[in-house]
Design a protein around this ligand. Structure first.
Ligand SMILES: [Zn+2]
Length: 156
């Protein structure tokens, strides 16, 4: 683990931001591969706090108390989650999220909201038109994910 990393004081967490790894459907990578990409960019650690593998396995990345590196201007106050996939077999953006990934994602959101506070879920593409990531619109896929009556409900 990175030794230079200083634990920060309480981060003010206000949003959960979903990403995809921009790998083709069925390509079974995990956090170690993504970390290598990010280290190759000169970063100190993987940019996301969590990675969700194709089979739904949850992997922990950057310490939640440390700002991530995933959305310009929003890293200080957000939690970054990345699901593996996001491209079809031709390399075009596509919602390739598997059912196990979706289930893990909802459980994680529920857990994070219970542990910290209510935070809306957003997609990377809600912040920039320049990115397709996570290859779908969060509120189109899960219309009720951020409605107050449905906090934590996984059946939306
Ligand atoms: Zn992204």
């Amino acid at each position: 683990m990175a030794t230079k990393r200083k634990p920060t004081t309480d981060r003010k967490l206000t949003e959960i931001i979903l990403h995809c790894s921009a790998t083709r459907e069925g390509v079974d990578i995990g956090i170690n591969t993504i970390k290598q990409w990010h280290l190759a960019r000169g970063w100190k650690d993987v940019g996301y706090h969590y990675v969700i593998k194709l089979d739904g396995t949850l992997q922990t990345g950057r310490d939640i108390n440390v700002a991530g590196a995933h959305v310009e201007g929003h890293n200080a106050t957000s939690i970054g989650i990345c699901y593996v996939g996001g491209l079809d077999e031709n390399g075009k953006p596509a919602d390739t999220m598997t059912k196990p990934q979706e289930l893990t994602f909802h459980l994680l959101v529920q857990r994070l909201r219970a542990t910290y506070s209510y935070m809306p879920v957003k997609g990377h593409n809600d912040y920039t038109n320049a990115k397709a990531c996570p290859s779908f619109k969060v509120l189109k896929k899960w219309p009720n994910i951020n409605t107050p009556s449905n906090h934590g409900n996984t059946t939306s």
